[in-house]
Design a binder for this molecule. Structure first.
Ligand code: OTU
Length: 638
């Protein structure tokens, strides 16, 4: 570090005097922290004081770092691929719905270990406003756990237990907005000008209307518009999501400092991964859709540097449910390469897996994956099939057009198919935020969307088997893609939609609650019996976990590429890493599909005995072809 810089920050640096590792990190990441903040806030008169406050927070947090976490900092600095290894398997659950409280989660770790989980994402657990609170995404205190779930001490103990069991803990940081009841918003309503400046508010409709001309709506049905008039405040408040979720103003450097402090507080109790909720929305710019603005990436780089300096064991996961082109940017590209998030949800893969199940055609999936920019070095995907949110049909005109489809018509087809109204549909889902165009996002558990609910209702054994196979094949692609695969709570037991979801008046207008059922521990007790849907899915997923473990080609740093299989219903996905390769062949058809053995030869892979283990069914060779059973997947090693 330049001497004048050192002199300028002497105050902060003396606080961690003697901590050599911290000083080195401070020097190493100083520019990565300072430059983007200077670019964003340089002209703001509040910046100098905010910068000093930020360094104080960083230094204090580093100085107070728990010795066990310091050891973890060191361990992860020398093993930066800890989240990306082929052994990694994630699980995501609501604390209350999974186990009641944080203490309850501690008692269920055996279940997660049995499944092979190495990473646990617990849905929002900080203190929230009373219901409705968007499933906890309306925080009133970033420094406290929601009392119904436990305390910060419980969280610390859970994190320690997880660490001891070889699992990391991921927790949400809701960066874009707070609850209307957050003390900052309360103070703003009481006339506190400094707190008012934490939010984006307007005296009249002039500016909001100008923004609205180019702003999309996230919840058009239940929370129309992006602005809410607050009678107590007498002003219009920017509320991208629900009316009670007030958007923070990230153009204010004090907001940056406050949220950086919130991140470090979670790091201090032993949280390993921060899920950055709604990351694309952090910066607003008139005349745009106010998503994915360049400043968002500056801010994410600066947050990343804060955490790298003070708590380097902690990783970042971007929640950016955006178009393929915009998505990769969250992993750090161009001048942000290596400086942004470690993981990002591969929502493109997720959406197209459902598209493929409905159409039985792999072309759109293969083409879209092939046209995605590569993942920057050191970062990786989080691959998943379902999560707590709706499925939004992020299919672009360009990608659909390339395979001879009309994007709008295809999205309408998917909407109707997964709402269960399309003739012959196997799915039981529901529209979320329907649009006048006939398009809608979709709610429903993976099992219900894959046909299990309908098949069981009709007591149709053949359809039940097909539905379970569909569920397993989409999970197989998520597990074989490379990256960190995530199991959404209940999918391991093929849980169907929650029949009681609408009975809660706070949830009745939000179909997403349909696929947030409470954990069914009675169903879990049947997991050893493969003749039950629970046992079938559990065993199948267990095989996928084992199949990943033995395949270095699936390390998150590798490259995936769709390849031609000669059959429109069979996906070919080649994965390569460090001289290892694997070809996944996955059928998306209810019929038997032959694949020429030549395809394997072309990619120098073989279908040995290991290739069929994840699916469980034997391999059939017929002359020069490998014949895939309905939804069979084969993992051919090179
Ligand atoms: C996230 O989702 C959460 O996952 C949701 O559960 C919350 O309701 C929401 O934020 C507000 O906190 O629009 O439909 O590109 O798509 O942030 C879900 C990111 C959402 C957005 C995403 C958002």
């Amino acid at each position: 570090m330049r001497p004048e810089v050192r002199a300028r920050h002497a105050h902060a640096l003396t606080r961690i005097h003697g901590d050599d590792a911290f000083l080195r990190r401070f020097e190493r990441f100083f520019t990565e922290l300072h430059d983007p903040l200077h670019a964003v806030y340089g002209d703001d008169p509040r910046f100098p004081a905010a910068w000093d406050a930020l360094l104080d927070v960083v230094a204090a947090s580093a100085a107070a770092r728990d010795p066990e976490l310091r050891a973890l900092d060191h361990e992860r600095e020398i093993t930066p691929d800890w989240l990306h290894r082929e052994q990694a398997v994630g699980y995501v659950a609501y604390v209350d719905r999974f186990a009641g409280t944080l203490q309850g989660v501690r008692e269920r770790l055996g279940y997660l270990r049995e499944l092979g989980v190495t990473y646990l994402h617990l849905m929002p657990l900080l203190r929230t406003r009373p219901e409705p609170n968007d499933g906890g995404y309306a925080v009133t205190d970033y420094g406290a756990v929601e009392p119904a779930l436990g305390t910060m001490d419980d969280l610390r103990e859970l994190a320690a237990d997880l660490r001891a069991a070889g699992m990391s803990l991921c927790v949400d940081v809701v960066l874009n907005h707070t609850a209307r009841e957050h003390p900052w918003a309360v103070a703003a309503r009481r006339g506190d000008a400094r707190r008012l400046a934490f939010y984006r508010t307007f005296a009249d409709r002039t500016e909001p209307e100008a923004y609205e001309r180019t702003l999309p709506e996230v919840f058009p049905d239940t929370a129309p518009g992006n602005f809410t008039f607050d009678p107590e405040l007498g002003r219009w408040v920017w509320t991208t999501f629900n009316t009670y979720q007030w958007d923070l103003d990230h153009a204010n450097p004090e907001v940056f400092v406050a949220m950086a402090a919130a991140m470090l507080e979670l790091a201090a109790v032993g949280v390993d991964v921060l899920r950055l909720d709604a990351a694309p929305f952090l910066w607003k710019r008139a005349g745009t859709d106010c998503q994915n603005q360049p400043e968002v990436h500056d801010l994410l780089q600066a947050y990343r540097a804060v955490v790298r300096i003070a708590a380097p064991a902690v990783a970042f996961k971007a929640e950016a449910i955006v178009a393929p082109r915009d998505l990769v940017a969250y992993l750090g590209v161009g001048r942000h390469e290596g400086m942004e998030c470690d993981l990002a949800y591969h929502n493109v893969l997720m959406v197209l897996l459902w598209s493929t199940l409905a159409s039985r055609r792999v072309a759109l999936l293969a083409r879209t994956l092939a046209s995605m920019p590569p993942v920057p070095a050191g970062a990786g995907w989080l691959t998943y099939v379902r999560c707590h949110d709706d499925i939004g049909w992020a299919i672009t005109d360009e990608d659909a057009g390339a395979v001879g489809e009309d994007a709008h018509l295809h999205r309408r087809f998917l909407t109707e198919f997964y709402s269960g109204v399309f003739p012959g549909s196997f799915a039981r889902g529901a529209p979320f935020q329907p649009e006048p165009s006939g398009e809608a996002r979709i709610s429903g558990t993976a099992a219900s969307l894959a046909g299990l609910e309908l098949a069981l209702e009709e007591a149709d054994a053949l359809e039940t088997d097909l539905a379970l196979r569909r569920l397993l094949v989409v999970y197989a692609v998520a597990f074989a893609f490379g990256g960190l695969p995530l199991v959404y709570m209940g999918d391991e037991l093929a849980l169907r939609n929650d029949p009681a979801w609408a009975e809660d008046p706070a949830h009745a207008d939000d179909t997403r609650w349909m696929h947030r059922p409470p954990m069914d521990w009675e169903a879990a007790a049947r997991r050893a019996d493969e003749r039950t849907p629970e046992g079938f899915m559990w065993t199948g997923l267990r095989r996928l976990v084992d199949a990943r473990r033995g395949r270095p080609a699936l390390h998150g740093y590798g490259v995936s590429r769709p390849v031609e299989t000669g059959d429109p219903h069979v996906l070919g996905l080649l994965r390569e890493h460090a001289g290892r390769r694997m070809l996944l062949l996955a059928s998306f058809s209810e019929q038997r599909r032959p694949v020429a053995l030549q395809v394997l030869a072309e990619h120098a892979v073989e279908a040995g005995p290991r290739a069929v283990q994840p699916d469980g069914r034997p391999l059939r060779i017929d002359g020069e072809a490998l014949v895939l059973e309905p939804f069979q997947h084969v993992w051919c090693d090179g």
